[in-house]
Design a protein around this ligand. Sequence first.
Ligand code: ZN
Length: 201
Amino acid sequence: MSETAEEHEAHEELEPEVEVEELDPEVVAQRDAALSHVRKFGDPILKTKARPVKEFDEALRAEIERMSGLMNDALGIGLAANQVGVLNRVLVYRVHGQAPTAALVNPEIEWRSSEEEIAEEGCLSLPHVHVEVERPVHVRVSARDGFGDPIVVEASGLEARVIQHEIDHLDGVLILNRTSREQRKEAMRALRERQATLATG
Ligand code: ZN
C-alpha cells in the first residue's frame, strides 16, 4: 500500500514524512528501482490467491528481508508477496517511519469491528490510482513470524487498514474491487491511459 495525501494529513503528527516534491534524486532513483520489481495492474498474479506457508526456514526469512527492503525503498507502507511475484501468504508493513518493519506469515483476521471508516488508499501495484475504501477501523489478526512463532496483532486506524489491504492482496483482491463503481471506472480509465502512454513511449 502507498501513502496518500489524505492519510498523510490525518497522520501528520505520527508520520513526519518528506513531501514527494522534496525527495532527494537518489531516493527517487532507489524508489523507481524498487518499483520496477513490483508487479503492476494487469499481471495475473495480483488476482491469484497465495498459498499458506509451511516451511519456516532461511528462504522464508530471506524473502521477508527482500520484501522489507523493496517496500522501504519504494516508500510504501505495506507490501504483499504476490506483488513481488511470490505466491506465499506473507506480508510486510511499516506504518510509522520510526517503527521496525513488521512481517506477518499466514495472517488471518480473527475479529473485525463493526465500526467502519472510509479513507483513500493507494497501491504500489496501481501507480497514480487513489480510491476510497471502506474498512473496519479495528481488527485482531493472528499470524506467524518468520520462525513460525505465533503472533497476535491488535490494530486500529491506518495500521488496521494496511493489514487488511495486504491480506486482500494475498486473496487476489485489489482496492479496485473494494471501491464504488464510479471510482473503479475512473481508476480503470486512468490505468488504461497510462498503459497506452507507456506503450507508445
Ligand atoms: Zn496494494
